[in-house]
Design a protein around this ligand. Structure first.
Ligand SMILES: [Zn+2]
Length: 141
């Protein structure tokens, strides 16, 4: 089943947020989170009462988050667009991610396609790890 987008968000009293969409495995709910908005992927079933699998931080703009989710095909796209921090690990992988390899290029925890574009955050951990890996494989051939 492809993702279902709700025309009107569904109140989620338990998580104190609004559900924007759902698919076979998760519900996608946004909530106020400190000075940001957090969009979370809550698994169906009892574990969804107390945990979520993926989270993305957005600026405090509910319309931006609603649009990002509306434009997102969770079936072929790993993650929605427009966030600036991914507090969860590992990154989500879409079930049919091979259909859209360009969109699904590796992103760092700040949402940048860091292998192509770098990252605006100084000392981005993903870039540092990538560089360390590159160094450690050098000279082994
Ligand atoms: Zn980064």
């Amino acid at each position: 089943m492809p993702v279902q987008h709700h025309t009107t968000p569904i109140d989620d009293a338990h998580w104190e947020g609004e559900e924007l969409a759902r698919d076979d495995t998760h519900r996608y709910v946004w909530l106020w989170y400190g000075s940001n908005i957090r969009l979370i992927a809550i698994p169906h079933g009892p574990e969804g009462d107390w945990s979520f699998d993926h989270g993305w931080c957005y600026p405090r703009d509910p319309e931006l988050v609603a649009k990002a989710v509306r434009d997102w095909d969770s079936d072929t796209q790993d993650e929605p667009a427009g966030w600036h921090k991914r507090p969860t690990h590992p990154a989500r992988r879409a079930p049919r991610r091979d259909d859209n390899p360009h969109y699904n290029r590796a992103r760092c925890e700040h949402g940048s396609y860091f292998l192509d574009d770098g990252c605006r955050v100084i000392n981005c951990r993903d870039i540092q790890e990538h560089e360390e890996r590159a160094l450690s494989t050098r000279g082994t051939a």
